[in-house]
Design a protein around this ligand. Structure first.
Ligand code: PRP
Ligand code: URA
Length: 219
């Protein structure tokens, strides 16, 4: 797989350019893609973006006895914490656990007030002190950046020192907000879209990621 380099306009942003990601992204955006297929695509793209985001995870050496001889292998040395933002981030968890079966999962419930577009926290069961070396925040959408910024602040208060944000679609407004408040947090996404509309939705985007996964839209 090709390495993803930092974006020219945003040094902390990494946008995937892999053909498999781009192919699946078009299907994800398509309004005719039904919920089951949409969930599968969220999972598959999360795996690919997550794989790229883990490129600098720390390793420790481990001896391995093959049928032929003793050799040196490697295993993940970082204790990894996955932090899905409820609800929409839930669909990204299984893919990330496939990549890192020993990761801890800490749920954080935030929803965006439709009127103010500000995040409201409604669920947080993090223990008193950080138990991980690297936190990966999982949320398909980075729009105004309010939810991501709030999540990063919660995690920093918790004691997290290395944090990455994994998205599927980001808006420049959200990237700018996160990058200026938290220049130490790398952002990995499958796409950087054009802009937000007047209701804070990403254009062209995919609509409401939570509703499309869980079938809770109008109708
Ligand atoms: C969506 C999305 C992000 C947030 C992004 O969640 O999953 O958490 O909006 O918007 P922002 O960058 O402007 O904060 P939503 O509030 O719709 O909740 P849901 O996941 O429960 O649908
Ligand atoms: N949340 C979504 O689900 N979609 C957007 O476009 C913006 C925020």
């Amino acid at each position: 797989m090709r390495a993803v380099s930092a974006h020219a306009d945003f040094p902390t942003l990494h946008v995937s350019n892999h053909p498999a990601v781009l192919h699946k992204l078009a299907l994800l955006r398509d309004e005719t893609t039904e919920h089951k297929k949409f969930r599968e695509l969220v999972r598959e793209i999360s795996w690919l973006v997550g794989y790229e985001a883990l490129a600098d995870a720390r390793l420790s050496p481990v001896p391995v006895q093959t049928p032929i001889e003793l050799t040196e292998g490697a295993r993940l040395a970082d204790r990894i914490g996955l932090v899905p933002i409820l609800r929409a981030g839930l669909g990204m968890v299984d893919a990330m656990l496939e990549l890192m079966p020993t990761a801890q999962v800490w749920h954080l419930g935030l929803f965006r007030d439709e009127r103010t577009l500000r995040p409201v926290e409604y669920y947080n069961k993090l223990p008193d002190h950080s138990t991980v070396d690297l936190c990966l925040i999982l949320d398909p959408m980075l729009a105004t950046g309010g939810s991501a910024t709030a999540a990063i602040e919660v995690l920093k208060e918790w004691g997290a020192t290395r944090i990455k944000l994994i998205n599927l679609i980001a808006a420049p407004e959200g990237v700018r907000a996160v990058a200026s408040a938290h220049p130490d947090v790398a952002i990995h996404t499958a796409a950087l879209d054009r802009q937000l509309n007047e209701r804070g939705y990403i254009m062209p985007g995919l609509g409401d990621a939570g509703d499309r996964q869980f079938g809770t839209g109008v109708g």
